[in-house]
Write a protein that binds this ligand. Structure first.
Ligand SMILES: CC(C)(COP(=O)(O)OP(=O)(O)OC[C@H]1O[C@@H](n2cnc3c(N)ncnc32)[C@H](O)[C@@H]1OP(=O)(O)O)[C@@H](O)C(=O)NCCC(=O)NCCS
Length: 156
């Protein structure tokens, strides 16, 4: 998508990020949860900015992941509802995943709700495979949690 810039998330982005978060999840992270992520030394927090003019932009997507040991744990990826189904999440995730093996990360892992078909579709398309499924893990909806992993070893 033209006019889109990848940037590190900063505190000034949080109003827009929390707005997308609230529109995307039934149990959204609070502003303070994002603030704590921003100060976590293991955390990588990125935003996609759509430039409206050289001085103004709109945040259209974000992603948070933590690197611990050999693994990158993907905690969040969300796209503004008006910009979905345009390939933005796939491109964003593909870009981040491509950098991981160059940083000695051996695999990326994540959890996703069983009925989050958009999330599961995105992750499968990005090369993640289901590693385990734990029944009725989420107490609110009684959904299973699906654990997924993408190994980079064969790509090294
Ligand atoms: C999941 C999400 C990030 C996808 O963003 P997106 O930019 O619309 O996704 P893309 O257009 O890049 O689609 C990539 C693939 O994801 C899957 N997908 C995306 N939206 C889908 C939907 N509504 N239903 C089924 N599959 C979907 C498809 O496999 C798609 O590939 P295709 O276009 O070849 O069919 C977005 O729907 C979102 O923000 N959801 C709320 C937050 C969330 O659930 N995040 C994931 C868990 S942390």
């Amino acid at each position: 998508m033209s006019g889109v810039i990848l940037d590190l998330m900063s505190e000034k982005d949080l109003d827009a990020v929390v707005c997308i978060e609230n529109a995307s999840f039934t149990h959204p992270w609070s502003r303070s949860a994002f603030l704590s992520e921003l100060s976590n030394e293991y955390s990588h927090n990125l935003v996609l900015k759509l430039e409206n003019s050289p001085e103004t932009y709109q945040i259209i997507a974000y992603m948070c992941y933590r690197v611990t040991g050999d693994d990158a744990h993907i905690l969040k990826i969300a796209v503004h509802p008006e910009y979905r189904r345009k390939g933005i999440a796939f491109e964003f995730l593909t870009h981040c995943l491509a950098l991981m093996p160059t940083r000695r990360i051996r695999s990326a892992i994540l959890e996703v709700r069983q009925f989050n078909l958009a999330g599961i579709g995105l992750y499968k398309k990005s090369g993640f495979a289901i590693e385990a499924q734990l029944p009725k893990y989420y107490s609110d909806t009684r959904e299973d949690v699906i654990l997924m992993r993408k190994n980079f070893l064969k790509e090294e």
